[in-house]
Write a protein that binds this ligand. Structure first.
Ligand code: 5GP
Length: 113
């Protein structure tokens, strides 16, 4: 499996990187749906939420820690933000490499599709 996010993590294609550490990369979405639209991507490849094994569930806690860091860094911790993870076709997943959307910078509507 080789997705666009593999190429982004490997720096084979450019992206606007907001944050990076040994375990995650956070990039700006190429097609932003809000003034701030980030994608939090673990460096360990997992295709969908369904594929996270029991001993990989810690990745979700790490992801939430990244969310908290980003919210403070971007000064939206008090104004607010929305987190989305899409799974499979009905969930709207288009890139089969797990990632979390971080949306902020305006009051988002409550539309759930
Ligand atoms: P999904 O629909 O799978 O939840 O989200 C995939 C997201 O990746 C979409 O919001 C899409 O705009 C974004 N995306 C797809 N290709 C690229 C790319 O090459 N660079 C960046 N920065 N974002 C991408």
């Amino acid at each position: 499996m080789n997705t666009i996010f593999h190429k982004i993590i490997n720096k084979e294609i450019p992206s606007q990187i907001e944050y990076e550490d040994d375990n995650f990369i956070v990039i700006h979405d190429i097609s932003p749906q809000a003034p701030i639209h980030l994608l939090i991507i673990p460096k360990i490849f997992i295709a969908t939420i369904n594929d996270i094994s029991n001993n990989q569930l810690y990745i979700m806690s790490q992801m939430l820690k990244i969310v908290q860091i980003l919210a403070v860094k971007l000064q939206v911790d008090q104004t607010g933000y929305r987190l989305i993870m899409n799974c499979n076709p009905d969930g709207g997943q288009t890139v089969y490499y797990i990632h979390m959307h971080f949306l902020a910078g305006k009051q988002l509507n409550s539309h759930f599709g």
